[in-house]
Design a protein around this ligand. Structure first.
Ligand code: ADP
Length: 407
C-alpha cells in the first residue's frame, strides 16, 4: 500500500511517500520557511538526484498542493493519480492522556488534538493544520494520526507522576508523557528481530540522540520510563533545550534578569542546551570540531551532554534490574563514535564494554553491533525510521477501516 506520511512544523511540511509491503521509500521532501518571503522546496525521489527550488508558499495548504503537484507531474511520474495514495499518516506530537495508539482521524480526534494545544503549543497547532490541509487535498482516503506520546502510555503512575499536589494532575493533566515514541518503538523492535529471546524477556535502553534527544527504558516491549516529560523540554541537554534543571532557577533568573514568561520560554527552548553551554553552536558536528581546535566551552558542552546520557542509562538499568542492550539512534547516536564512546565509558562494572574498533568503523545507515565480546550488555547502533512506523500504522488502520463490519 502507498502511504503519504506528513510531518508539519510551524513553518515546514516534511513528507515521505512509502510503499509499506516492501518498506520502501518512493520519494521524500520538505517545504521550509512557509510564509516567508521565499520558501525552500526540496524533493528526493528514490535514488535519483535531489530537486531544489525557491518560491512563495503562503501556508500549509499551498505546501501540500506543491508536494502533490511534484508527485503527480508527468515529468517526475512518481505516481499516476492521487488514487495511488491509499492513506495518509500524520505525525502528531502530543496525544495527551487520550491516545494510547494511532487512530483514524475524525472530528472527535481533531477536537482532542486541539484540546492538547496547551500541552504542545509549538507542535500540535501546525500538526492539525497539516491534517486539515491534507484532508482537503485528499478527501476520500483514510487519514491516521500517529502520536509521539502513544508508546509511553505504558508508563506506571510512579514513573509519570511528579511530586506536586495531585490535584494538578487531576485538574490539568500535569504528568510525564514522553516523546519520540515512534523512534524508541522502532529501534527496540529492530533489536528484538536480532535476538533469540522472546520480546517479553528483553530489556533495552534506547538513546534517541538528535537535535531533540531522549532516552527510554523498555521492558518486555513496553516503555516503563523516559527522559522527556510533560513537554519535550526535560531530560537530556539537547541542541537548544535545557533538559532537566532545578525549578527554583526559573524564579531566580526571572527576578535577576527581569525576564518575562515568553523570554523565559525562549531562553529554555531556543537558547539553552548545547548552544547555550558552548555559546557557539547547537550542532554536534560544529562542537566536536571546535573542541578539537581547543575551544574549552565547546568541550564542556560535549562533556555535559555525555554525562547526562550516562546518568539516564545508569538509572534506567537500575529501574529494570539491568538490561540486555543499549541502542543508539538519530543524528548524533547514529553518526558520532565520540559521543557513543563517552556516553558509556567506564561502565564495565555494570557489564557495559564497547569495542572501540567496531564503534569507529560502522557503515552509515546499517544496524551495527559495537559492544566487545566480553560485554554482558549488547551495544548497537540502529538507524531510526519514524516515518516507516507512521506509514505502517496508517496502512493497518486504513485497511481495517475499509473492511465491512459485517464480514
Ligand atoms: P532532529 O531530527 O531532532 O532535528 P537529527 O536526528 O537529524 O535531529 O540529528 C541532528 C544532530 O545530529 C545534529 O546535532 C548534528 O550535528 C548531529 N550529527 C549528524 N551527523 C553527525 C556526525 N557525523 N557527527 C556528530 N554529530 C552528527
Amino acid at each position: 500500500m502507498i502511504v503519504l506520511v506528513i510531518n508539519c512544523g510551524s513553518s515546514s511540511v516534511k513528507y515521505n511517500l512509502i510503499e509499506t509491503e516492501g518498506e520502501a521509500e518512493i520519494c521524500s521532501g520538505i517545504v521550509e520557511r512557509i510564509g516567508a518571503v521565499t520558501s525552500i522546496i526540496k524533493h528526493q525521489p528514490g535514488n535519483e538526484s535531489a530537486r531544489k527550488e525557491s518560491k512563495v508558499i503562503l501556508n500549509h495548504a499551498e505546501a501540500l498542493q506543491e508536494i502533490m503537484n511534484f508527485l503527480l507531474s508527468s515529468e517526475n511520474k512518481i505516481i499516476n493519480s492521487p488514487d495511488d495514495i491509499k492513506a495518509v499518516g500524520h505525525r502528531v506530537v502530543h496525544g495527551g492522556e487520550m491516545f494510547k495508539d494511532s487512530v483514524l482521524i475524525d472530528d472527535v480526534v481533531k477536537e482532542a488534538i486541539e484540546q492538547a494545544f496547551d500541552l504542545a503549543p509549538l507542535h500540535n497547532p501546525p500538526n492539525l493544520k497539516g491534517i486539515e490541509a491534507a484532508q482537503e487535498r485528499l478527501p476520500d482516503i483514510p487519514h491516521v494520526a500517529v502520536f509521539d506520546t502513544a508508546f509511553h502510555h505504558s508508563l506506571p503512575p510512579y514513573a509519570y507522576l511528579y511530586g506536586i499536589p495531585n490535584r494538578l494532575y487531576r485538574r490539568h493533566k500535569i504528568r510525564k508523557y514522553g516523546f519520540h515514541g515512534t523512534s524508541h518503538y522502532y529501534v527496540s523492535r529492530q533489536y528484538y528481530k536480532l535476538n533469540e529471546k522472546p520480546k517479553s524477556q528483553i530489556k533495552v535502553v534506547t538513546c534517541h540522540l538528535g537535535n531533540g534527544a531522549s532516552i527510554a527504558a523498555i521492558k518486555g516491549g513496553e516503555s516503563v520510563d523516559t527522559s522527556m516529560g510533560f513537554t519535550p523540554l526535560s531530560g537530556l541537554v539537547m541542541g537548544t533545550r535545557s533538559g532537566d534543571l532545578d525549578p527554583s532557577i526559573l524564579f531566580y533568573i526571572m527576578e535577576k534578569e527581569e525576564l518575562s514568561l515568553n523570554a523565559l520560554h525562549a531562553m529554555l527552548n531556543r537558547h539553552s542546551g548545547l548552544l547555550g553551554l558552548s555559546g557557539y553552536a547547537a550542532d554536534m558536528r560544529d562542537l566536536i570540531s571546535e573542541a578539537k581546535n581547543g575551544d574549552r566551552r565547546c568541550q564542556q558542552a560535549i562533556d555535559v551532554f555525555c554525562y547526562n546520557i550516562k546518568k539516564y542509562i545508569g538509572s534506567y538499568m537500575a529501574v529494570m534490574n539491568g538490561c540486555d542492550a543499549i541502542l543508539f539512534t538519530a543524528g548524533i547516536g547514529e553518526n558520532s563514535p565520540l559521543i557513543r564512546k563517552k556516553s558509556v565509558e567506564e561502565m564495565e562494572s555494570m557489564g557495559v564494554v564497547m569495542d572501540q574498533e567496531k564503534n569507529l568503523n560502522i557503515t552509515p545507515g546499517k544496524i551495527e553491533k559495537i559492544s566487545a565480546d566480553s560485554s554482558i550488555v549488547d551495544l548497537y547502533v540502529i538507524p531510526t525510521n519514524e516515518e516507516l512506523v507512521i506509514a505502517i500504522d496508517a496502512a493497518k488502520i486504513a485497511t481495517a477501516s475499509n473492511q465491512s463490519p459485517w464480514i
